[in-house]
Write a protein that binds this ligand. Structure first.
Ligand code: DX5
Ligand code: ZN
Length: 232
């Protein structure tokens, strides 16, 4: 079994008890904390900013003290100034949508210069072409399996095909460069469809409503891991 990572999206958490929710979901087995930033400009919704990231950062660790990555998904336009603020706030990974940056290569560099891993996010209808030219500066590719803006939407099946395409690109890149890139999928993932997302090539899985919509987060995360074990 590959090292699969489960990244609960706190978009579906109880925002009135956010620190406690982060701690509970980490105790339940979360590998990353996925942090969705929406600006009512790039997407038609408004969520949380760098100050909230800074407030939850101290909670992003396991009971034994080992860190859990704060995985910031920026759905904002423009990107650069906010990316820098999130880096200062404690983000470990910062991902953005290439359409939202005028200079994608520069934004990737700026995120890495700030000490974070850099990710590129592709909407359901977005072309992957830009990826071919910036693989050397990308640490994570995020494939959207819903249109960005809201939790609780249905998984778009065509994202499986796109995930497989990206798996091919990043494996070919790893073979020539020796550097690995994470492949994360976001939107509509649940215990009953996570295995096919993994079979398509993903190694990192965002799930918001599937986890925070249930009373016991560990039951859901354990079910996800059990289903991942069936993937070759
Ligand atoms: C959507 C966000 C997702 C969302 C996933 O724009 O990027 O991370 O929270 O939520 P679920 O798992 O409920 O589809
Ligand atoms: Zn997200």
């Amino acid at each position: 079994m590959k090292p699969y990572r489960i990244a609960p999206s706190i978009l579906s958490a109880d925002f009135a008890r956010l620190g406690e929710e982060v701690r509970t979901v980490i105790d339940a087995g979360a590998d990353f904390i996925h942090f969705d930033v929406m600006d009512n400009h790039y997407v038609p919704n408004l969520t949380i900013g760098p100050q909230v990231a800074q407030s939850i950062k101290p909670y992003c660790k396991r009971a034994n003290g080992s860190p859990v990555a704060l995985d910031v998904h920026l759905m904002v336009e423009p990107v650069d100034a906010l990316a820098q603020l999130f880096a200062k706030a404690g983000a470990d990974i910062i991902s953005f949508h290439p359409e939202a940056s005028r200079h994608v290569d520069r934004t990737l560099q700026l995120i890495r210069d700030a000490g974070c891993k850099a990710g590129l996010v592709f909407n359901p209808a977005s072309s992957l072409e830009v990826l071919d030219y910036v693989l050397d500066k990308v640490d994570l590719v995020l494939i959207m399996s819903v249109n960005p803006g809201f939790g609780g939407q249905s998984f778009i099946e065509e994202a499986l095909h796109k995930t497989a395409l990206v798996r091919g690109k990043i494996d070919a890149y790893a073979a020539r460069s020796g550097r690995s890139i994470l492949l994360e999928v976001d939107g509509g993932i649940k215990a009953d469809n996570i295995a096919k997302v993994a079979a398509a090539g993903a190694d990192t899985f965002v799930a918001g409503s599937a986890i925070f919509g249930q009373p016991d987060y560990k039951v859901v995360i354990d079910a996800m891991r059990a289903n991942l074990e069936s993937v070759k």
